[in-house]
Every structure is written in C-alpha cells, then in structure tokens.
Write a protein that binds this ligand. Structure first.
Ligand code: SF4
Ligand code: FES
Length: 192
C-alpha cells in the first residue's frame, strides 16, 4: 500500500479570497496541476467540496483558510472513506445508502384519484419540512459519526435518515395516495 504524505503549500492570502477552496484552486492552477479535488458551484449548492479542514468536516467553499492562530490550515480528505487521489474520496457507499431509502414519493397505484392534477402544498405543510429540505448531501455529518465508521455497511448514516424522515413527513399529507417508500420499522432497524 502506498504511504500517504502531507504536502505543504504557502499561499499569500492577500492575493486570493479567504476561503479554503480559493486557495486549493490557486494551488492547482499555479503550483501542482495534478492536485485533485472536487468542486463546482463555489456557493454551498453542489456539496462536492466536502473535506476535512483543521479537523472538522466541512465545505471548502464556505470555510475560511488559516482559521488557526498559527496561520496554517491542515486539509485532509473526508475521513473513513476510500481515498481515490489527494482530496478525492469514493462517495458511492454514501450515495447507495441514500438510494436505499428510496427518497421519493411513490404512488400506491397507477390509477390515482388525482388524475394528473397539481398537488398544492399549504404553508403549514411546507413549514413541516424546515430543517429537512436544506441538506445538500455533502456527507459531512454521516462521516463524523463513530457508528458510521464502524458499520458503514449496516448503518445508513445521519444524512440518509434525515431524508427518510423527510419522505415520511411529506407522505403524511397523502395517507391514501402516496407511499413514502420508507417504513418506520425500516428506519428503526437501521438506526438502533
Ligand atoms: S445534513 Fe449532513 S449531509 Fe446534509 S448538508 Fe448537512 S452535513 Fe451535509
Ligand atoms: S463547491 Fe459546491 S458546495 Fe462547495
């Protein structure tokens, strides 16, 4: 197995913005073109820039570099995931766990009473999703959990459970028409 090494880069923060992602882009563009990491939106939408920054999992586009007093930041890949290269990790297990809860609303039968009509959502029902719809699936919470480290095959992780709960809340609006795809027994089995 190849031994992992930390590499140090010196960045003049006056030249670039304060966020970790800006410095990583500078390193890739000007110092090491083979340096590998994911990024896309640069504004907390795509979730692709999740990594471990100074010991905490977070998004590189939202986290300031050199937040430590020493003026250095230690950037690592997300922990307890298979590393592909540099800061790039294999997210497949995490996505498969999300897929396993079937995170969509399912019609109980193909011929429904709604017959293609629009399903309106009240403000009250919409408010029930506060705290659940904001997740961008970055994996930072799931991968911070000890239980997830030790049982990544059987414990779905916090993000998948959050989305499963959201589908249950959404499905509550249509008890006769829609199946959330997730049963309470299923959630309990995977969470205990
Ligand atoms: S709930 Fe977890 S996976 Fe979703 S955005 Fe927050 S930290 Fe990331
Ligand atoms: S680059 Fe998209 S969330 Fe950071």
């Amino acid at each position: 197995m190849k031994k992992l090494k930390l590499k140090e880069y010196k960045i003049d923060l006056k030249e670039y913005g304060p966020m970790v992602l800006e410095s990583l882009i500078k390193i890739k563009n000007e110092m090491n073109p083979t340096f590998t990491f994911r990024r896309s939106c640069r504004e907390r939408i795509c979730s692709s820039c999740a990594m471990n920054i100074d010991g905490c999992n977070g998004l590189a586009c939202l986290t300031k570099i050199a937040s430590s007093e020493a003026g250095t930041s230690m950037i690592m890949p997300l922990p307890y995931m298979f590393m592909i290269k540099d800061l790039l990790v294999d997210m497949m297990n995490f996505y498969n766990q999300y897929k396993s809860i079937e995170p969509w609303l399912k019609w109980k039968s193909l011929t429904t009473e709604l017959d293609g009509k629009e399903i309106k959502q009240s403000k009250k029902d919409r408010a029930k999703l506060d705290g659940m719809y904001e997740c961008i699936l970055c994996a930072c919470c799931s991968i911070s959990c000890l239980r997830y480290w030790w049982n990544p095959e059987s414990y779905l992780g916090l993000a998948a459970l959050l989305h499963a709960n959201r589908r249950c809340v959404e499905a509550d609006r249509f008890p006769n028409l829609i199946d959330s795809g997730v049963s309470i027994e299923y959630l309990g089995h995977h969470a205990d």
